[in-house]
Design a protein around this ligand. Structure first.
Ligand code: NAD
Length: 340
């Protein structure tokens, strides 16, 4: 085995946030390992100065391979997607419990120093998200528990698993509850994409086809906040370094309605869209925002990229990907970058 002193392992490395995290960790002198179930050719970003492993982390023996020699482990692997995916794949979402459970065991056995787990705002009690006024969710609002069916319950259970591995076995664990993350190198088509990418793609399709219409899931009045990927990566790294023992919000506190998201996409596309509302489509809770009191208290920091600035970058990136795909170019969603 190559030198693993200070080895940092990122699972879910072939996905959106894992790829961005690995990218940010490069060039700092520590060996890096990325692990994902996807074949290497399907990773969104792949780096030739990282040890890239294609392994199914539902299996304990693969988690042991992934964790071998690790100092830090960031567990971002999960079966996930936007509302359309998580509403129709609850069992698959809950099966991610195998990944975190086996990764925690493997981390302990490998003598890893630190373990990070990516939880979600979907752990919050649904009764507190019924109004459209985007209630700001405080960390304590996860209990009494009434999480998003399937995906949210798995996250809540896995959060607690991290806590008990810390309390009972002395494993250093840190947990962040991400609120909708978006940005370049994220999923933008295929059914797992989330609202910001889906809306950008639909606006681009409308602009390029000349059919200035858009389908919106729900009434468009649902409120959410959206965190730009750079803020998410900075937050993950700050939380891993911190003394914050309990799960903490990592999200933007700039709440917008889905209709306002469409307004922004229209302004980037330079067109006006006829909005067709599909009231039978999955739409999630009515309102959700991140209360950032606690992260401000601990870190004197919170995600602060404006939605307009972050979404414009995302829109331009999806536009390029879209056009490359139209030209039939392969590998439009991935990049093989070299540090050399
Ligand atoms: P993503 O789907 O782009 O990445 C997740 C990766 O995990 C995928 O590449 C997938 O192939 C991999 N994976 C799934 N099952 C696996 C398995 N059995 N073994 C190995 N790898 C497996 O999603 P993302 O947006 O990068 O999300 C990363 C983490 O952040 C996930 O845990 C997700 O639940 C959490 N999260 C994301 C958001 C968001 O808005 N993107 C919000 C809340 C929480």
């Amino acid at each position: 085995m190559a030198d693993t002193k200070g080895l940092i392992v990122v699972t879910g490395a072939g996905g959106f946030i894992g790829g961005a995290l690995l990218s940010s960790l490069r060039g700092r002198g520590f060996p890096l390992r990325g692990v994902d179930v996807k074949p290497l050719d399907d990773w969104y970003q792949r780096f030739d100065d990282v040890e890239n492993l294609s392994l199914d982390l539902n299996l304990k023996e693969n988690c042991e391979l992934a964790a071998r020699g690790a100092n830090d482990i960031y567990n971002l692997a999960a079966n996930m997607g936007g509302m359309g995916f998580i509403e129709h794949n609850k069992a698959l979402c809950m099966l991610s419990v195998l990944i975190n459970t086996h990764m925690l065991q493997a981390a302990l056995e490998a003598g890893a120093k630190r373990f990070f787990y990516s939880s979600s705002a979907c752990v919050y009690n649904g009764d507190k998200q019924k109004t459209f006024e985007a209630p700001s969710l405080k960390e304590e609002d996860a209990y009494p528990a009434l999480a998003e069916d399937g995906y949210g319950w798995e996250k809540l259970f896995s959060e607690r698993m991290c806590r008990h591995f810390r309390e009972d076995f002395g494993l250093y664990t840190r947990v962040a509850r991400f609120h909708n993350v978006y940005g370049p190198w994220g999923t933008w088509y295929g059914g797992r994409e989330k609202a910001p990418a889906a809306i950008c793609r639909k606006a681009i399709e409308a602009k390029l086809s000349g059919r200035h219409e858009i389908e919106i899931w729900g009434t468009g009045n649902q409120t959410r906040s959206f965190m730009f990927i750079d803020d998410c990566i900075q937050g993950i790294r700050r939380i891993m370094e911190s003394e914050i023992l309990e799960p903490i919000n990592l999200g933007s506190s700039e709440a917008v309605t889905i209709n306002q998201l469409v307004d922004l996409a229209e302004s980037f596309a330079g067109i006006k869209l006829k909005r067709n509302y599909d009231l039978s489509a999955p739409k999630g809770v009515n309102g959700r925002n991140s209360d950032n009191t606690l992260i401000q208290k601990y870190l004197q920091w919170e995600p602060d990229t404006s939605l307009r600035a972050g979404l414009e970058k995302t829109y331009r990136w999806i536009y390029d990907q879209y056009q490359a795909r139209e030209r039939g170019e392969p590998g439009v969603v991935r990049e093989v970058a070299s540090a050399r």
